[in-house]
Write a protein that binds this ligand. Structure first.
Ligand code: SF4
Length: 371
């Protein structure tokens, strides 16, 4: 399903496309840079604040473009340091954006490292058995403007313009494209959004600090490997043999490990970054010693870092989080075999932080949201 809004989200425009629009309006090219400056450097909330633009141009911009395609409806904070935002799009769809804070030793929370996890689709068609996002199926792709707007929303919320170093445009340290949806299934819109985030006239955010996650869409992984921007890649593996992976990730039937691992290898060879293997630990499904052994082989082959994520329980799904003891045995096994591995502890477990869970709960229970 494609959603065509009345007005185009301005955050989906590149400098070149905005110049084209302005050319049609018989406006000089330099106006496009002025507008980008207001959007990404001064980060205004209204067209009327763009005071160096003629009034007639401001009127045309406001009739043509949407300055706020995402609207904050709920902000939930967890007992640890994860914040989850539920955002409403112009067609009423809900998406999630998450702020994950990692406090630095010896400094206050304000200077913690911040990672922003953004969504690329409303729902998801890939139906991983453990995931809340896929439970209600896929509704639509997000436009580039809706993807970028999630970050602008965070900038507005987290980083008042007065407290900002002018050279440091964003207040966060990393972006992970790992929220609701399969990012590579919305390839063109994602790439356009990343280009805007990375561009000097846009958010000027370094590509090396952007990680794109995938459940394993092999053709798109190969395509991404040939992109010039040096993004990082995280592969949601979650099963180290075809048998186990298939049980929880239907995509494995289309792209089994024999195809997936070479595609991941190609990406590593082309971009030279260490790949991350995401591995959600689910009790008695993939937390066994046999799975750890198979994972060691894959991680060694790919020179990958393994990120273990104890499963966040999702209402209505049968899977369980393994005990601390089982989690530690798995982690130690990797470490003993010299595989760089970390385990993510408890970030947001108390705020439905599993991908898509907050949205699912709100939609299922018909909770009235603020207008
Ligand atoms: S884990 Fe990712 S790809 Fe799988 S259903 Fe959830 S959102 Fe989709």
């Amino acid at each position: 399903m494609k959603f065509t809004p009345d007005k185009l989200p301005i955050y989906g425009e590149t400098l070149e496309s905005l110049e084209q629009w302005l050319f049609q309006q018989k406006q000089p090219r330099f106006r496009a840079r002025q507008i980008m400056d207001w959007l990404y450097k001064k980060r205004v909330h209204t067209w009327s604040e763009m005071t160096n633009l003629p009034m007639s141009l401001r009127d045309w911009l406001s009739e043509t473009f949407d300055l706020s395609p995402t609207q904050l409806v709920i902000r939930k904070s967890s007992e640890d340091i994860t914040n989850k935002l539920l955002l409403r799009l112009r067609d009423g769809s809900l998406i999630e954006t998450v702020i994950i804070r990692a406090p630095q030793k010896g400094v206050g929370q304000d200077t913690s490292r911040k990672t922003i996890c953004i969504s690329t689709q409303v729902g998801c068609a890939y139906g991983c058995r453990f995931c809340a996002s896929g439970l209600a199926g896929w509704k639509r792709d997000l436009s580039p403007g809706e993807i970028v707007s999630q970050l602008i929303q965070i900038c507005h919320l987290e980083d008042p313009i007065t407290s900002r170093d002018k050279n440091e445009i964003a207040s966060f340290d990393n972006i992970v494209v790992m929220g609701m949806g399969e990012p590579l299934a919305n390839y063109d819109n994602l790439l356009q959004a990343l280009k805007i985030l990375n561009a000097p006239w846009g958010l000027n955010f370094g590509a090396r600090r952007i990680t794109v996650s995938t459940s394993g869409l092999v053709p798109e992984m190969i395509k991404l490997a040939s992109e010039p921007m040096p993004f990082r890649l995280a592969l949601s593996l979650h099963g180290a043999t075809n048998e186990v992976r298939e049980q929880i990730m239907p995509i494995n039937r289309r792209y089994p490990l024999e195809e997936l691992i070479p595609a991941a290898k190609l990406f590593v060879e082309k971009h030279g970054h260490m790949l991350t293997l995401e591995f959600i630990l689910i009790e008695k499904i993939n937390d066994t010693i046999a799975q750890a052994d198979a994972l060691i082989e894959i991680a060694r082959d790919l020179h990958a870092h393994v990120n273990l994520i104890p499963y966040n329980t999702v209402q209505g799904l049968p899977w369980k989080r393994p005990s601390r003891r089982r989690q530690n045995v798995f982690l130690e096994k990797l470490h003993k075999n010299h595989i760089p591995a970390t385990i993510r502890r408890e970030k947001g477990h108390d705020i439905n932080a599993a991908c898509g869970q907050l949205r699912l709960q709100i939609e299922k229970n018909g909770v009235a949201l603020p207008a």
